[in-house]
Design a protein around this ligand. Structure first.
Ligand code: IPM
Ligand code: MG
Length: 369
């Protein structure tokens, strides 16, 4: 690589720092063994930032995030922060990063590793071999639309959020989905509620126009998002790439995550427009949250965070082969029956700790050389 790529690590709250520690060991391994050195810096986000700075994301941290080649984020939130004002809550830090970095395409791959097919709440034949990619729009829609707030009207409170999408916002995320589909099984299913929402009508129109103009070689279908949720649990393997808005994408990706056996397995990449160096603005984070119930118990599964770093290797640093090496290492660990507690069956033996899972992944990386 031309010059040492920079990574900003924002481990955040709850189990975030615990799982990120394992990723840091893997980053060090890549420097030592694969000549892939990263310039890593750490900073605070979420409740951890609030505790020190009184805000879930300091302006200096935001500025750093804009400068680096990629951000690695752990998790934000926890019961301790429930009492904070809405604008000071840990989640606001994460949402600010997404919005100001303009990370409009959130890639959430739901893959069911063979070793975990038994573990899904669905029947093995429904999920084994599952490999779908949810592309969630991440910077607009009801998460950010104005007007928003709690107002008083006619003597009672009214809570308002606005679902709002411009053509340009739909166009760019649709393109991301079509591009990804071309590298996979060439199928995109777009999900909205065009039967009840004008924003859904426009969504369907724009996706159809983009398809017709530039991606006619990709197979496109449309589905109402409620039906999509049902189809995801009825027959998830019918899908290749799903593209959907911010709120539907939030819900549908949690649903898809559980198909794979555990929320502890699902990585994500949030990508924006290319920077001057050609790399996309990018942040990588596990889909799971801060899991305050298991924090500090060395129980957390670091796989989703590790697999998020694999996505960074692939999407930010053009190291597809090294990304595959890391994914295969995680898969090999699971195939050996090495499991953290979230992946344990009743008779499954003794779960390993977070750092033992890290040890096992590192051992597989070594064995791959
Ligand atoms: C996610 C999370 C976030 C979201 C929260 C933590 C703000 O659920 O990334 O899916 O709602 O987008
Ligand atoms: Mg979510």
């Amino acid at each position: 690589m031309m010059n040492t790529p920079s990574l900003l690590v924002l481990a955040g709250d709850g189990i975030g720092p615990e799982v990120m520690d394992q990723v840091k060991r893997i980053i060090t391994w890549y420097g030592d063994k694969r000549d892939l050195t990263f310039d890593v810096s750490d900073d605070l986000v979420g409740g951890a930032a609030y505790d020190v700075h009184g805000t879930p994301l300091h302006d200096d941290t935001m500025a750093k995030a804009q400068e680096v080649d990629a951000v690695l984020l752990g998790a934000v939130g926890g019961p301790k922060y429930d009492v904070l004002d809405f604008n000071e809550k840990p989640e606001r830090g994460l949402l600010r990063l997404r919005k100001e970095m303009d990370l409009f395409a959130n890639l959430r791959p739901a893959q069911c590793f063979d070793a975990l097919a038994e573990f899904s709440s669905l029947k093995k034949e429904i999920v084994s071999g599952l490999d779908i990619m949810i592309v969630r729009e991440l910077t607009s829609g009801s998460y950010f639309g104005e007007p928003r707030g709690i107002f008083v009207e006619d003597g009672q409170r009214v809570g308002i959020n606005t679902q709002r999408y411009t053509e340009a916002e739909i166009d760019r995320v649709a393109r991301s989905a079509f591009e990804l589909a071309r590298k996979r099984n060439n199928r995109v299913c777009s999900m909205e509620k065009a039967n009840v929402m004008e924003s859904g009508v426009l969504w369907r129109e724009v996706v159809t126009e983009v398809h017709k103009a530039d991606y006619a070689d990709v197979e496109l279908s449309h589905m109402y998002a409620d039906n999509g949720a049902m189809q995801l649990v009825r027959d998830p393997k019918q899908f290749d790439v799903i593209v959907t808005d911010n709120l539907f994408g939030d819900i549908l990706s949690d649903c898809a995550a559980m198909l794979t056996g555990s929320l502890g397995m699902l990585p994500s990449a949030s990508l924006g427009a290319p920077m001057e160096n050609g790399r996309p603005k990018a942040m990588y984070e596990p889909v799971h949250g801060s899991a305050p119930d298991i924090m500090g118990k060395a129980m957390a599964n670091p796989s989703a965070c590790v697999l998020s770093f694999a996505m960074a290797l692939r999407y930010s640093f053009d190291q597809g082969e090294e990304a595959t090496r890391l994914e295969k290492a995680v898969e090999a660990v699971l195939a050996k029956g090495i499991r953290t507690a979230d992946l344990m069956q009743a008779d499954g033996g003794k779960p390993v700790s977070t750092s033992e899972m890290g040890d096992a992944i590192l051992a597989e990386l070594e064995a791959s050389l």
